[in-house]
Design a protein around this ligand. Structure first.
Ligand code: F0G
Length: 457
């Protein structure tokens, strides 16, 4: 059961099918353009959408809003230093700010960043620094149905080959994303992390963690990696941070705050560069674009997120939803992770070709039938067509992500999601495909306008 009870509630909006149909038309079938008050269950993201605890709210009230050297900074600094062990901790307003500060300070144009999988903003910040972001996902990750527990791992063979191959001198950093959000929210094993760290040390390349979901990764390690079964999630997390040379963190996920993040580094020269950029672009080094109350709430959240009862329930609820979804006849990326389920829309809607966006079609249907907002991760996001709409490139899989906000929805909300999917899966042939009528040159999924098109049966 949930290891908490509810003290503050917020009504969720209910709409009719007709209202949702009209809303979809009004926003040109782009769910980003809905008003949140038109959404009943919002699974767009688990980022910044968690519920604060009473202790976090209290910590926020005790926040010290001094411009520099606030008590809040020192409380935050002590918590993060204890957790990560890094010599220099710099607050930032969210994950991508931490990425920009780290990569602008660490990378020179023409260099390469290697990762198990770069998250979109991580990739964008590597590219903005004039560098190449190269993903080296493990071979098991390609089989969506495989229940291998550590499909988030980096491919160690390709990593070694790259670190000794013709591009070796250009590799400036290795990033390990915990858990691997771009790769189905799958975790990374400590064994894989240790071997990565050893290779990085051997070839003199710094290793950084993208620690957005470090606690969920640690929990899954205690469940599935034999050598860590008697460890606490905190012990695993502390060890993981210490295997790397630093980290960037979006605290909007496993910090359970609405805004916040940080950079941690050991190298004093790199820390100094980052600090100067932080002061010039985010805020002074003891607040980094955040209020004192934010720093205090983040420190409290970083401790709460490692409580085993919290992590156990979070894993259980994801598993519960996974069971409901499978029973409805919808396949997911197996095994279910903790922050999201990834629905295999391509398999559910084989009558919709990739360039009529089966993932987007399922996403719109989830909204129409159940007022549920989700995110497409398929050919609308990753594909490309020519000017006449003819396919140029498709995504490897047509997926829909149901992200699960922390401590927000209860089992009856999850049942509603299961019921809605069941209804959709019973009548997939009534689901239409889509066509883009207007799009931006980059990041098109955020702003694209679409219209439904009937597809051949
Ligand atoms: N790294 C990972 C693995 C992420 O999932 C995110 C954000 C970021 C970095 C960037 O952090 O949003 O605080 O700037 N992921 C959100 C999501 C947006 O929905 O998965 P941010």
């Amino acid at each position: 059961m949930e290891p908490y009870r509810i003290k503050v509630v917020e009504p969720i909006p209910f709409t009719t099918r007709q209202q949702r149909q009209e809303a979809l038309k009004r926003v040109n079938y782009n769910l980003f353009d809905l008003r949140a008050e038109e959404v009943t269950i919002d699974l767009l993201t688990d980022s910044g959408t968690g519920a604060l605890s009473a202790a976090q709210q209290a910590a926020g009230m005790a926040g010290d809003e001094s411009y520099s050297g606030s008590r809040s900074f020192y409380r935050f600094h002590e918590t993060v230093t204890e957790l990560t062990g890094y010599a220099h901790i710099l607050p930032a307003h969210q994950g991508r700010a931490a990425e920009r500060i780290l990569f602008s300070s660490l990378l020179e144009p023409g260099q390469i960043s290697l990762a198990n999988t770069h998250f979109d903003t991580t990739r964008a910040n590597v590219e903005l620094a004039g560098c190449e972001a190269r993903d080296l996902p493990s071979p098991e990750s390609r089989d969506l149905d495989s229940t291998q527990p550590f499909k988030g791992n980096i491919d160690l063979e390709v990593l070694r080959a790259t670190l000794t191959g013709p591009d070796a001198s250009r590799v400036a950093v290795v990033v390990m994303t915990l858990t691997n959000n771009g790769g189905g929210g799958q975790p990374v094993s400590m064994e894989n992390l240790k071997q990565t760290a050893a290779l990085c040390r051997q070839y003199g390349v710094p290793l950084f963690l993208d620690a957005a979901r470090f606690a969920e990764n640690a929990w899954l390690v205690t469940r599935h990696e034999d050598a860590y079964r008697d460890h606490t999630p905190r012990q695993v997390a502390e060890e993981a941070f210490r295997l790397a040379d630093g980290c960037m963190m979006s605290a909007k996920k496993d910090g359970i705050v609405h805004i916040g993040g940080f950079v941690g580094v050991n190298d004093p020269e790199l820390a100094q560069k980052c600090e100067l950029l932080l002061i010039a672009t985010e805020g002074f080094a003891t607040y980094g674009g955040l209020a004192g109350r934010d720093l205090d709430m983040m420190a409290q959240g970083l401790n709460e997120v490692l409580e085993p009862s919290y992590l156990q329930e979070r894993a259980d609820i994801a598993g519960y939803l996974a069971k409901r979804v499978r029973a409805a006849g919808v396949d997911i990326i197996e095994p279910p992770g903790m922050h999201a389920l990834y629905l295999n829309a391509g398999r559910l809607l084989p009558h919709i070709p990739p360039h009529n966006y089966p993932g987007h079609a399922l996403s719109c249907q989830l909204y129409l039938e159940g007022g549920i907002r989700s995110a497409e991760l398929g050919s609308l996001y990753l594909g490309k067509e020519d000017e006449d709409g003819n396919p140029v490139a498709s995504a490897p899989y047509e997926l829909v992500r149901l992200a699960l906000p922390r401590r927000v929805y209860t089992r009856s909300h999850y049942d509603h999601i299961g019921d809605t999917l069941e209804k959709i899966a019973k009548d997939t042939h009534s689901v239409y495909g889509f066509r883009i009528v207007d799009q931006s040159p980059i990041l098109r999924h955020f702003r694209a306008k679409l219209e439904p098109v009937p597809v051949a049966r």
